[in-house]
Design a protein around this ligand. Structure first.
Ligand code: MRU
Length: 359
């Protein structure tokens, strides 16, 4: 990865362009967002998704609001609050909007200052993900030496690549770095029902990068770790509490349980702005988004003529439950891979990162 993998950018007119993730892997469509309302809709309907990118898009949304309301601070703040409330679990969204609100409060030329800050937030994320890649890959190399293996099998859940955090991701960053270092790596990709971020997005990224991978149904991970076919499990996170409990895409917790039961290391990779220093206990306090029943009832794919179709896979009158995330307790996490190093999942270690979160 060389810094060209961005899921969002400003065009010449200073509108925000994003890769519309709803159409991947079948089409790479670009969506143009011009107003704060466009931003809210794009986050809610998952045109854009993934904790880091949601934060970036939200920051640019405050810039678009500043432009739309010609620098009127009251109107910009009202729009920013709506953006902040567009999804509940990924804390990067709140972090980014709060940073932008600080700029709105203190700047004289609000439009220019908001644009500069949104760009700075995204640029900083690039550096964070590069560092996470290097630190995570060092762990991969250590495990390979310890186990005396020359191929590394890693399992990931959901999508935490460059589509989710510019521009090499969190969980996928060590994998991209491993490829750069010439490590023979193979990725087990959980399909990640119901929206299939693994099957549709992670596989698309890995294929594009030429990295060996195999898509597996979500229920397969336990069997693989039991059979010694997984050397490490790694996922991203949407919010990590002060006690080290980590919210990530629904199903992550089950992977962590299987890893623990089989002595397989389970790592969470995250930039420091994914910590919620105000949340003392993740399992108890992190709000879990509940999404539309239709995401469980319906599946999207290509028919035999190559057209995208959405079909129903459930009986018409059955109910579904669609929790977007679960929380993996700290006791199941081997370590938190951040741009500041590998952190133990406990309050003492995490507290020390708090000063770096505002830079
Ligand atoms: O609901 P999504 O697709 O926005 O879910 C968020 C995620 O992409 C994952 O939970 C991911 O592993 C963490 S984001 C880097």
């Amino acid at each position: 990865m060389n810094g060209q993998y961005r899921a969002l950018w400003l065009n010449k007119a200073d509108d925000l362009e994003v890769i519309d993730q709803r159409y991947l892997p079948f089409a790479k469509n670009i969506c143009v967002l011009k107003t704060a309302h466009d931003i809210c809709e794009a986050i809610k309907d998952m045109t854009v998704r993934g904790a880091g990118v949601i934060g970036n898009v939200a920051a640019f949304g405050v810039f678009l609001a500043a432009r739309e309301f010609e620098g009127d601070k009251t109107q910009i703040k009202q729009a920013a609050i709506k953006i902040r409330e567009s999804r509940p679990t990924a804390v990067n969204l709140m972090w980014a909007v709060d940073r932008m609100l600080h700029v709105v409060e203190h700047a004289d030329d609000v439009i220019a200052a908001c644009k500069a800050e949104a760009i700075a937030i995204a640029d900083k994320d690039v550096l964070r993900t590069q560092k996470i890649g290097q630190i995570g890959c060092d762990i991969i190399e250590d495990i390979m030496v310890d186990k005396k293996i020359n191929q590394f099998n890693i399992l990931t859940h959901c999508n935490a690549g460059w589509l989710a955090i510019v521009d090499s991701g969190s969980a996928l960053a060590p994998i991209y770095e491993a490829q750069k270092r010439g490590i023979n790596i193979h990725v087990w990709v959980d399909e990640t029902r119901p929206r299939n971020q693994g099957a549709s997005l992670t596989s698309w990224e890995l294929l594009d990068a030429g990295i060996q991978h195999t898509i597996i149904p979500d229920n397969t991970g336990g069997h693989l770790v039991q059979q010694g076919l997984v050397d490490m499990v790694i996922t991203g996170a949407d919010r990590v509490a002060l006690n080290g409990d980590a919210a990530n895409k629904i199903g992550t917790y089950l992977k962590a349980l299987a890893a623990k039961d089989n002595d397989v290391p389970f790592y969470i990779a995250l930039p420091i702005n994914t910590f919620d220093f105000d949340c003392k206990n993740g399992v108890q306090d992190i709000e879990i988004e509940q999404r539309s029943e239709d995401e469980v009832h319906m599946m999207r794919g290509l028919d035999n003529k190559g057209n995208v179709q959405t079909i129903r896979i459930t009986p018409e009158h059955s109910k579904t439950a669609n929790y977007g995330f679960d929380v993996t307790p700290a006791r199941l996490i081997t370590g938190l891979i951040t741009e500041a190093g590998v952190i133990a999942p406990n309050q003492e270690a995490i507290r020390q990162l708090q000063p770096s979160c505002s830079t």
